[in-house]
Design a protein around this ligand. Sequence first.
Ligand code: FAD
Length: 183
Amino acid sequence: MKKNIAVIGAGAAGFFGAIRMKSLLPEANVIVFEKSNKMLAKVKVSGGGRCNVTHACFEVSKLIKNYPRGSKELRSAFMQFACTDTVNWFNDRGVELKIESDGRMFPVSNNSQTIIDCLMDEAERLGVQFSLGTSIKKVTGKEGKIELLFENDSTIEFDAVLIATVVIQIKKDSNGWLQQIIR
Ligand SMILES: Cc1cc2nc3c(=O)[nH]c(=O)nc-3n(C[C@H](O)[C@H](O)[C@H](O)COP(=O)(O)OP(=O)(O)OC[C@H]3O[C@@H](n4cnc5c(N)ncnc54)[C@H](O)[C@@H]3O)c2cc1C
């Protein structure tokens, strides 16, 4: 059966997560809910408007040393996708990155809009859907499904939800279901 997947937050994390899920599960419906009317707003201003996409550190064992409080947790994530994969991902979609003397990597265009355009084109090509101006108040686990509560108090059930809002609060309700309240 066709899976319904929700992503909350159209920042860099939510955007890339939605693209990744839609490319792994092309038949799934993937919809991104964003509370503001802008997507990738922080990416636009990142790196002084140039977007410091990644760093020229191509060995996971060296890369994790830059995260002293999370090196163990990040190792397995970086084994799946690290700096080389980032460079290749953008190269494969026609975006060349350059290395500066301190190792930071930027698009050759020196313009974060190049990164935004690439992500937007890829999302559109794959058929990721977006709902802007849509704020999620609460995420609740419900018998194999996940229910999203919207600002207007309507609800929709999904098979999977990726929360990419930066700030969340987790608690249990009286039935013991885990609730995630998005701030
Ligand atoms: C000035 C500046 C420069 C930076 N430069 C760089 C750089 O060059 N390189 C780099 O790697 N990083 C840089 N960063 C950091 C980088 O921008 C962030 O780490 C990254 O954008 C975080 O992405 P995110 O998707 O996790 O979060 P965000 O971009 O914050 O996205 C979260 C999204 O969730 C939405 N949201 C929140 N709550 C809800 C809700 N309840 N319902 C629906 N939507 C919701 C928000 O509106 C937002 O759009 C910079 C940051 C700043 C501020």
